[in-house]
Design a protein around this ligand. Structure first.
Ligand code: ZN
Length: 203
């Protein structure tokens, strides 16, 4: 499986990092080796002193597809989840300044937390899902899918023009504002509405 991530998909997060609003979705990939295994902690890697959390709504693909029309995109997923796109922000800033690819800052071992998934039909409106990230019981990030610059079905259409989507692939749809640095012994927990979908300790 592969992980396809969307960058700069919430206006307030674009502003907090002083980035430009993109004309098209910004995409990058993470390999399956990036996934934090179940019940394992996130280990701060030695190459960064500024690992930041980005909580994101996830979409799990359940059907193979390429050049998917946005109006049929809903047929390609049945589950919505929540996860963290851990980012080595210091390294990413250096790479961005040099115009180099972001992989080392975004796709390293442990950079993807994939929480539990919920059935799509348990939501009244996929474009009105509230989610939050707590750090040590304090809410640090809050978002609603209504704020997505590109909605889930538009993302699937766009992504599938470049990458064939396969069963089990996971899309990270972008982070809202409030990204921040994690420290050893922090505990991050993610919720959609009232349901906790992951909890991960930082080591
Ligand atoms: Zn992200």
């Amino acid at each position: 499986m592969k992980i396809i991530c969307v960058g700069r998909n919430y206006s307030k997060h674009i502003e907090e990092l002083n980035n430009q609003k993109p004309q098209e979705p910004v995409l990058f990939l993470k390999p399956d080796s990036a996934i934090v295994l179940k019940n394992q902690p996130f280990v701060i890697p030695p190459f960064s002193t500024n690992i930041q959390h980005e909580v994101e709504i996830l979409v799990k693909i359940n059907r193979i597809g390429k050049h998917i029309d946005a109006k049929f995109a809903h047929k390609y997923y049945n589950e919505i989840g929540l996860g963290i796109d851990f980012t080595a922000r210091d390294l990413q800033s250096t790479l961005k300044a040099k115009g180099l690819p972001w992989e080392k800052a975004k796709a390293f071992d442990g950079s993807a937390v994939i929480g539990k998934f919920l059935p799509k039909n348990s939501f009244d409106d996929l474009n009105n899902i509230n989610f939050i990230l707590k750090k040590n019981d304090t809410v640090v990030q809050e978002g609603n899918t209504a704020q997505l610059l590109w909605k889930i079905d538009e993302l699937i259409a766009y992504i599938s023009t470049f990458f064939t989507l396969k069963i089990g692939d996971v899309i990270f749809t972008g982070t809202p504002a409030g990204v921040g640095k994690v420290e050893t012994n922090d505990v991050l927990s993610g919720f959609i509405e009232e349901k906790q979908l992951f909890k991960v300790k930082i080591k």
